[in-house]
Design a protein around this ligand. Structure first.
Ligand SMILES: Nc1ncnc2c1ncn2[C@@H]1O[C@H](COP(=O)(O)OP(=O)(O)OP(=O)(O)O)[C@@H](O)[C@H]1O
Length: 597
C-alpha cells in the first residue's frame, strides 16, 4: 500500500527498472524471437494490400486479368496470409511463454524471500497484503509484454510509415502531423488512467486484506454477531473497488479506441480529399488508394496498444517497486550458524545433552517496550521447568526467543553450554519440539500431518509415536484411520484431538528438548486424561520448558518460575513455592477453590 500514491522519482524508476531487468534477462531469447516474428507479421500485413492494389490497378481495371493471373495473385495472397498468421502465432507464443516464465520466477523469488524474513516482519504486514503482493503484483510485473507492446507499436508505426512514404511522399509527410497529436493524446490518457488505476489497485489490496481477516476470524465474527457490521464494511470497500474499476473501464472506453478512431477517420478524409484534388489533373489508381489507406490503418492501430502498454507500464512500475521492497527487506529471521556441508565436520555443533540456560536475557518486540527483563535460569538435561504468571507476563516470549522466532539483543541463551546462535537452524528445529496450544493441520492425511511430509519417517514410526502419546486410540476410530483426510486447518478435529496429533508429530522426530504451551481450552475429561498421560510420556528423558495454565499439571516440575511483567518474581519447586506463601501460593489456592466450586 505504501508508495502507491506517490510519484516515483527518476532515480527510483531507474533502480526499479534495473531490478526488473535482472528477472527479464534470462528469458531474452523469447523476447527477441517474439520481436522477429512480430516484424515479419507487421511487414507482411503492410505488403499484402500492395499485392491487391497491383492486381486491381494493373490487371482488373485495364481488364487484363486472365485465369492464370487471377490464380497467381490468389495463391500469392493466400501464401502471404498463411505466413502472416504463422508469424503472428509464433510471436504470440514466444511472448506469452516468456511472460509466464518471468512471472513464475519472480513469484518463486518473492516466496523464497518471505521465508527468510523474521516474525517481526509478519507482525507488521497483514496476510492479505502479502498475498496481494505475491499474486496480483507479480502479475502486474508483466513488463515483458508492456515493453514488447511498446516496442512493437513503434516498429509497426515505422514500417507503415515507410510503406506510405514509398507510395506517396507528400501525403505520407502530412500523416506525420498526426503523430504529435497522437502522442499528446497518449500522454493525457496515461496521466488520467494511471491515477485511477493506482487507486483501484489500492482498493483491491484492501479488499484482499479484509477478506483474509474475515475468513480466518470467522469463528469470532459469528460468536460476536459481527456479520452485519463487517458485511457493511466489506460492501463499502467492494463498492469503492467496483466504482474505481468502472472508472478505469470508462476512461479506457472513452479515450483508448474512440480517440484513435476519430483521428484515423480524419486522416482518411484528408487522404481521400488529397487524392480527389489530384484526380482533377491526373488519373489516380483506386488500388493504390486502397493500399495507402490500409497502411494508414496499420500506422494508427498500434497507437491504442501503445497507450495501453504505457498505462500498464506505470502500474507495473508501482507493483514492481513494491515487490522490490519485499526483496530488499532486511527484517530477517534471526541468524544461525550455517549448516556445514559435511556431517562429520567437527565445527558443526550438535545438541547432545539438552541443557538449557538463559543468562540475563532481556528482550523487546519493538525496541521500545521491554517484554523480558534480565531473565536467568538453568535447566539440566531431562529436567522440567515451568513458567507461570498472568496473561501478558512474558511466558510465550521466552519460548519465542528460545525458538529464535525473534532476535534478542541482551544476555545469552545457551544449549549444552554453547551459544544458541552457534547451532544451525536445522539442528535447532530437529532437536527442539514445539507444541503450541492449538496446532495447525494441513490438508493431507493424518499420517502426512504427523510426518509433516518428511519422507524419511516410516508409517511404522508414525504409529509408534501416536501410541506413545495416546493418540492412537482416537485415530484408529476415524473413518479411514491414519489415512483420514484432514480438511481446512483440521477444522473437523477437536482441540484435544488436534493436540494429540501434534504430540505425535513432535515425538516422531524424537527431539532432545520439548517446549510445551499447555492448552487452556476446555477439553473433555477423557481426552484431557489422554493428553496428560501423553505429556508425561513425552517429557521422559527430555529437557522440557512448559507454559503452565493449570498449576495442578506442573506439581512435579523440577523448577517453577513465576513471571510478572517480564520479570521472575518467584522461583522454586511446587513445595518450595507454596512454603514461600507468595504469588504462586495465592494462584494455587484460587485455582483449587475454583475447582471445588
Ligand atoms: N508479536 C508481538 N509484538 C509486540 N508485542 C508483543 C508481541 N507478542 C506479545 N507481545 C507483548 O509482549 C508481552 C508479553 O506477551 P506474552 O505473549 O509473552 O505473554 P504470555 O505471558 O505468554 O501471555 P499469555 O498467557 O496470555 O499467552 C505482552 O505485553 C504482549 O502484548
Amino acid at each position: 500500500m505504501e508508495n502507491q500514491d506517490e510519484k516515483m522519482t527518476f532515480r527510483e524508476s531507474w533502480s526499479v527498472f534495473k531490478f526488473i531487468a535482472h528477472f527479464l534477462l534470462p528469458f531474452k531469447k523469447y523476447f527477441i524471437l517474439a520481436f522477429v516474428f512480430s516484424v515479419i507479421a507487421t511487414g507482411l500485413a503492410s505488403i499484402m494490400p500492395f499485392v491487391l492494389s497491383t492486381f486491381m490497378d494493373n490487371y482488373l481495371t485495364p481488364m487484363k486479368a486472365t485465369d492464370a493471373i487471377i490464380f497467381y495473385f490468389a495463391a500469392l495472397y493466400f501464401v502471404l496470409n498463411v505466413i502472416n498468421s504463422l508469424a503472428f502465432f509464433f510471436k504470440w507464443n514466444f511472448l506469452q511463454n516468456g511472460a509466464i516464465f518471468v512471472n513464475q520466477r519472480i513469484r518463486q523469488a518473492v516466496y523464497r524471500k518471505i521465508h527468510t524474513l523474521g516474525m517481526r516482519y509478519f507482525d507488521q504486514k497483514p496476510t492479505g497484503w502479502l498475498i496481494t503482493r505475491i499474486t496480483n503484483d507479480t502479475d502486474l510485473f508483466n513488463f515483458w509484454q508492456m515493453l514488447f507492446n511498446a516496442l512493437n507499436s513503434l516498429i509497426s508505426i515505422v514500417i507503415a510509415f515507410v510503406a506510405l512514404f514509398f507510395v506517396d511522399k507528400q501525403i505520407s509527410l502530412i500523416m506525420l502531423i498526426f503523430l504529435p497529436i497522437l502522442i499528446l493524446a497518449v500522454l493525457i490518457y496515461q496521466r488520467i488512467s494511471t491515477r485511477v488505476y493506482k487507486l483501484m489497485l489500492k482498493k483491491r489490496s484492501e479488499l484482499n486484506t479484509k477478506l483474509n481477516e474475515y475468513i480466518s476470524g470467522m469463528r469470532i465474527i459469528q460468536q460476536f454477531r459481527q456479520e452485519k457490521r463487517l458485511g457493511a464494511e466489506f460492501e463499502a470497500t467492494n463498492n469503492d473497488y467496483f466504482r474505481l474499476r468502472k472508472r478505469v473501464i470508462q476512461i479506457n472506453g472513452l479515450l483508448l479506441s474512440p480517440l484513435v478512431n476519430f483521428l484515423l477517420a480524419i486522416s482518411i478524409i484528408v487522404v481521400l480529399a488529397m487524392y480527389s484534388a489530384r484526380s482533377m489533373h491526373t488519373i489516380v489508381a483506386a488500388g493504390l488508394i486502397y493500399a495507402f489507406i490500409s497502411n494508414v490503418q496499420i500506422y494508427f492501430n498500434p497507437i491504442s496498444g501503445l497507450m495501453d502498454s504505457l498505462s500498464n507500464f506505470s502500474n507495473g512500475m508501482v507493483a514492481s517497486s513494491r515487490i522490490k521492497q519485499i526483496m530488499e527487506e532486511t527484517e530477517y529471521a534471526p541468524a544461525q550458524a550455517q549448516t556445514a556441508e559435511k556431517i562429520f565436520d567437527s565445527s558443526v555443533k550438535k545438541i547432545e545433552q539438552g541443557k538449557i540456560e538463559f543468562r540475563d536475557v532481556s528482550f523487546s518486540y519493538d525496541g521500545k517496550n521491554q517484554v523480558l527483563k534480565h531473565i536467568s535460569f538453568v535447566v539440566e538435561p531431562g529436567e522440567t521447568l515451568a513458567f507461570v504468571g498472568h496473561t501478558g507476563s512474558g511466558k510465550s516470549s521466552i519460548i519465542n526467543v528460545f525458538m529464535r522466532f525473534y532476535e534478542f539483543y541482551e544476555g545469552q541463551v545457551l544449549i549444552d553450554n554453547q551459544d544458541i546462535r552457534d547451532f544451525s537452524k536445522e539442528e535447532l528445529r530437529s532437536k527442539i519440539g514445539l507444541v503450541l496450544q492449538d496446532s495447525f493441520m494441513f490438508v493431507a492425511s493424518v499420517t502426512d500431518n504427523i510426518k509433516m511430509m518428511n519422507k524419511n519417517i516410516s508409517d511404522e514410526a508414525v504409529k509408534k509415536a501416536a501410541e506413545f502419546v495416546q493418540a492412537d486410540s482416537f485415530i484408529k476410530k476415524l473413518e479411514n484411520g491414519y489415512e483420514t483426510k484432514v480438511i481446512e486447518a483440521g477444522a473437523t478435529f477437536s482441540t484435544g484431538e488436534r493436540q494429540l496429533i501434534n504430540f505425535a508429530r513432535t515425538i516422531v522426530r524424537n527431539p532432545k528438548i520439548l517446549l510445551l504451551d499447555e492448552a487452556t481450552a476446555n477439553i473433555d475429561t477423557e481426552t484431557e486424561a489422554l493428553i496428560q498421560s501423553g505429556l508425561v510420556n513425552m517429557r521422559q528423558n527430555r529437557t522440557t520448558l512448559v507454559i503452565a495454565h493449570r498449576l495442578s499439571t506442573i506439581k512435579d516440575a523440577n523448577q517453577i518460575l513465576v513471571l510478572d511483567q517480564g520479570e521472575i518474581i518467584e522461583r522454586g519447586n511446587h513445595a518450595e513455592l507454596l512454603a514461600q506463601n507468595g504469588y504462586y501460593a495465592d494462584m494455587y489456592r484460587i485455582q483449587n477453590l475454583q475447582k471445588e466450586i
